[in-house]
Design a protein around this ligand. Structure first.
Ligand SMILES: [Zn+2]
Length: 416
């Protein structure tokens, strides 16, 4: 009895600890043809793979590479399978635990908020309040809704007060583990207030436009990625009939909802949810955008990783009516981005540039009538994947800022 109680106590105690990912590896497999695709489906059925790129086994296409994480206990099985079937592969990350520790390489010992470190939710929440209080003439903070677990979804409105201004909406932190994304949103707000009145382009943008910045969309997931499981992606909602939690927020929008590139399995990382807009977070965002549709002229959603700049559609191979214009915008924005450090981005419509994925926020925003709708997939291309070191936050944010400013300026010159 005593032994049993000790075991139960140990089990309960350990369930409060974060998953350590010791010995987990990230593989990159070259998928050349249909046969390789079949093999990848087989591998995914015999071992639990966490797909990093693409988001699920269903989205694998020929002539691409596939990145996925393997748990320590499955590593030998997976290596045997790849070698036995002569699949070409490389190990991107040899020990996830070490890579997790290595992300915190900023060497800044400063406690509290820092733009060159990854900040946890409590720190970001306090930051939204402070930066708004310190810059009352440029920033106002509001709450557009609450998450499944009851946290506030903060929105910063950044711009010089004036009536009837057009607006650009930017959100970060859809997928919990993409930590570089919220880091960019914080950087953007900092640079906006720092350079207003100093730098001509930013001054013009803030005088004539408002930026709505949602620094973390999926707050519950973000918190969970800090406290329990660094590799968490989805929201944290629960539902009867499944012990698996969360919905992929970027499959939850009413845009070809769950038709393709999404899963109906609640345990899948690309679960589209029981219905479109089932998630409180999704509903908060769609409500806000619909309420402000007359002013919002562009929608930007920031993810990682892959270095991509995408526009609609992703739920179908159909092209948006202003395809040629959007293509020239992303091409020019990608050139701007590359001008700083040479970081190369691919660009184009989502479906043909990467893969079909229904229910995304960019497609939804476009179908609401927002002509300029873009998805950023920030650094890198897989060397670190979701574990991009803090020492790259500044360079990543600076180059991304150039692309965002280009797009905002374009929108300003092409108001509709
Ligand atoms: Zn994402």
């Amino acid at each position: 009895m005593l032994a049993f109680l000790i075991l139960v106590t140990v089990a309960l105690a350990s369930s409060h600890h974060a998953e350590d990912f010791e010995g987990n590896k990230v593989f990159r497999v070259s998928v050349e043809d249909e046969n390789h695709m079949t093999l990848m489906h087989e591998l995914a059925s015999i071992s639990e793979l966490d797909f990093w790129k693409p988001d699920s086994v269903a989205q694998i296409k020929p002539h691409t590479t596939v990145d996925f994480r393997v748990k320590a206990e499955d590593v030998l099985t997976v290596e045997d399978f790849l070698e036995h079937n002569e699949l070409h592969y490389e190990v991107l990350i040899n020990n996830l635990r070490s890579a997790m520790d290595a992300q915190f390489d900023s060497h800044s010992r400063a406690a509290g908020h820092s733009y060159t470190k990854y900040n946890n939710w409590e720190t970001i929440e306090a930051w939204t309040k402070e930066i708004a209080a310190q810059n009352p003439s440029l920033i106002s903070r509001s709450v557009i809704g609450t998450t499944f677990e009851g946290r506030s979804m903060y929105l910063l409105k950044v711009g010089k007060a004036s009536s009837n201004k057009p607006a650009v909406f930017i959100d970060c932190g859809f997928h919990a583990r993409e930590w570089i994304s919220p880091a960019f949103c914080q950087w953007f707000v900092k640079e906006a207030v720092r350079t207003y009145g100093q730098e001509a382009q930013m001054t013009k943008l803030l005088d004539k436009l408002d930026f709505y910045v949602l620094p973390v969309f999926n707050v519950d997931g973000y918190v969970y990625s800090w406290t329990k499981s660094r590799m968490w992606r989805k929201t944290r909602s629960s539902r009867t009939g499944s012990s698996c939690r969360g919905v992929d927020p970027n499959r939850n929008f009413k845009a070809g909802w769950c038709e393709t590139g999404a899963s109906k399995d609640p345990c899948s990382d690309t679960y589209c949810g029981p219905t479109a807009e089932s998630e409180k977070e999704t509903k908060a965002l769609t409500n806000f955008i619909q309420k402000n549709l007359s002013s919002i002229k562009a929608y930007l959603t920031v993810h990682s990783y892959s270095q991509l700049l995408l526009y609609p559609y992703s739920y179908s191979y159909k092209l948006p009516s202003n395809n040629a214009e959007l293509n020239s915008v992303v091409k020019a924005a990608a050139n701007e981005l590359a001008s700083l450090y040479g970081t190369k981005y691919k660009y184009g419509p989502g479906a043909s540039t990467i893969y079909l994925a229904a229910g995304g926020s960019d497609d939804w925003a476009y179908d609401q009538g927002i002509k300029y709708s873009f998805t950023f997939e920030l650094r890198d291309t897989g060397r670190y994947g979701f574990l991009l070191p803090e020492s790259q936050i500044q360079a990543t944010s600076e180059e991304t800022l150039l692309a965002v400013k280009y797009i905002a300026n374009y929108v300003l010159e092409h108001l509709y």
